[in-house]
Write a protein that binds this ligand. Structure first.
Ligand code: TYD
Length: 140
């Protein structure tokens, strides 16, 4: 994963988070550089997604992220320009680590789903690759 061109869909991985079972209600947590391989610079969440809507559909030049379905479920479709892989997220104690330079879309949101994203960088529009052909040119 050192060279940019070497990052593939197979570098995405589902990470199981700690789950503290408790009759009063369960608890999970995430520590930067422990459960996830980066320092957290920003958190954002996606919610109230109308049925059939798609979020994302872009790549990041440098940003890495960790995506969790805190509530409900949705699919994360990852594309490295050659191969696609779909990850279904439907548990609040599992998340998907997504390195930079991968095209990703979020689809099939269930009613009342809540998507939490932990990001390695502050928001910067300059880090986005929003055009798929530009993405392919960078990748190939
Ligand atoms: P975008 O990242 O394109 O959403 P998606 O999750 O569908 O990929 O962001 C949508 C809009 O929100 C865009 O105008 C930028 C803005 N935004 C911020 O201002 N700060 C943020 O942290 C994020 C994630 C988005």
């Amino acid at each position: 994963m050192q060279g940019r061109e070497k990052v593939t869909v197979d570098d995405c991985r589902i990470i199981k988070l700690p789950k503290i079972h408790d009759p009063r209600g369960n608890l999970s947590f995430i520590e930067e550089e422990n459960h996830i391989p980066f320092k957290i610079a920003r958190s954002y969440w996606i919610y109230d997604v109308p049925g059939g809507q798609v979020r994302g559909s872009h790549a990041y030049r440098e940003l890495k992220e960790f995506i969790v379905a805190i509530s409900g479920s949705f699919d994360v479709i990852i594309d490295d320009g050659r191969k696609q892989k779909t990850f279904q997220l439907n548990r609040s104690y599992y998340g998907l680590f997504v390195p930079n330079l991968l095209w990703r879309s979020l689809e099939n949101f269930s009613t009342n789903s809540l998507c939490l994203v932990l990001a390695s960088l502050h928001y910067s529009e300059a880090d986005y690759i929003r055009d798929y052909n530009t993405f392919l040119n960078i990748r190939l």
